[in-house]
Design a protein around this ligand. Structure first.
Ligand SMILES: [Zn+2]
Length: 89
């Protein structure tokens, strides 16, 4: 038989949403949810790729499933594209 493959990646879901920050302002944010253990990490502010990467990395730290990485496979919620910054003079 072949080599035993250890599961190092767990499928996760990214949920795009918004939440109130400590100042009470509504902010875009993401949650990462492990599909093996249903553990959840969030909110991580922002809807950008950086926020998704950070949410997945943080989920791995708090998640008790044996995976070393969490892989975003599913996406839910509505992703708001960031507005282009208007340069200030
Ligand atoms: Zn997990």
């Amino acid at each position: 038989m072949g080599k035993k493959k250890r599961r190092t990646k767990a499928p996760a879901r990214i949920h795009y949403g918004s939440a109130k920050n400590t100042d009470g302002d509504k902010q875009l944010c993401v949650w990462a949810i492990c599909e093996l253990s249903s553990n959840c990490f969030g909110p991580v502010w922002g809807h950008g790729q950086q926020s998704v990467t950070r949410a997945l990395a943080s989920l791995t730290k708090v998640c008790d499933c044996p995976a070393k990485f969490h892989n975003a496979r599913e996406f839910s919620g509505k992703r708001i594209k960031p507005k282009p910054k208007t340069p200030r003079r």
